[in-house]
Ligand binder design. Structure first.
Ligand code: R5P
Length: 294
């Protein structure tokens, strides 16, 4: 009902104060639709604009990976420490408690097992199902230089088109085949292609030297991929350098869930990412006994 008696004080309209449009301030995000920005703001912690994603999607091509044999026992207890969980719809529906509240980055490509050419992927999830799951993003592998390069890029662009319709961001994961070198030149090429063709954020490997040029040349946020298990101090050092050189977060799997103390490790990674704790200090924190078992 209109305010018939005009009780509202004129001053409350603050006519001289311009309204401030507040886009979520991460790289390349300002022109995105509200729903898209809102989902990104669940993945990237607004206070730091960075993210610690826990990647447990390995089973989609390699079955029960070491550390992921029982996701209910090994991963669910880690959810409070993850800003987002990268996983498959099968694992979401079977094992991840809906009440956990952890934003889901849903694996949306697949097809070949590790026994075949991994680049021969197809889209494996409809955007409608991603929305039904309440995913905050979908993830797709992009094989630049791979046998099925164009097909994988097409998977990504089709997901971007669908994501634009529904307000769901797309994470492009740059997959590097055994025959390709993970140097800055290659990673600049791969990440830039993904961003130019519409990916809303990109996951890629750390490289030395010049990771900073990879991050600088990519107009959307980069998250660093973990890769094979390293000693904890080395993994924390890699994460620290990636953030220091421009990454907006990490998406780590084996370096967390294959650690002897996964909860301590994900908390240490969180301290590096969100508090810029130096690697040795984060490692000392990792080693400290925790009140809860880690
Ligand atoms: C593959 O490339 C997938 O994205 C992985 O299954 C996963 O995300 C890799 O995680 P990490 O290398 O840190 O174990």
């Amino acid at each position: 009902m209109p305010d018939l008696e005009d009780l509202t004080e004129g001053a409350r309209f603050a006519a001289s104060v311009p309204a401030r449009p507040e886009a979520f301030p991460i790289k390349g995000c300002g022109a995105l639709d509200w729903g898209m920005q809102s989902r990104l703001a669940r993945i990237f912690r607004p206070a730091t604009r960075r993210t610690v994603m826990l990647a447990i999607d390995h089973g989609y091509f390699q079955g029960p990976t070491t550390g992921l044999e029982r996701v209910d026992l090994s991963i669910v207890p880690l959810l409070p420490y993850a800003d987002a969980l990268m996983t498959t719809r099968g694992m979401v529906r079977s094992t991840i408690p809906p009440a956990a509240g952890t934003p889901i980055v849903l694996r949306a490509s697949g097809g070949p097992s590790m026994l075949r050419d991994l680049s021969n992927e197809q889209i494996a999830v409809s955007m409608e199902d991603a929305v039904r799951i309440n995913a905050c993003a979908v993830a797709v592998q992009v094989f630049i230089g791979g046998e099925y390069e164009t097909q994988s890029v097409r998977n990504m662009t089709r997901l971007v088109d669908a994501g634009q319709r529904y307000g769901v961001p797309v994470l492009a994961v740059t997959a590097v085949g055994r025959e390709l070198t993970r140097d800055a030149r290659y990673l600049r090429l791969a990440t830039r292609i993904c961003a130019e063709l519409g990916a809303h954020f990109v996951k890629t490997y750390y490289c030395e030297p010049d990771f900073g040029t990879v991050a600088a040349a990519c107009p959307v946020p980069l998250v660093m991929a973990g890769g094979k298990k390293l000693p904890e101090l080395d993994a924390l050092t890699m994460a620290y350098r990636a953030i220091d050189e421009g990454a907006a977060g990490v998406d780590m799997g084996r370096n967390i869930f294959q650690s002897d103390r996964p909860a301590a490790m994900i908390r240490a990674v969180g301290a590096v990412v969100h508090e810029s704790l130096k690697p040795q200090a984060a490692y000392d924190q990792f080693l400290r006994p925790s009140p809860r078992s880690a």
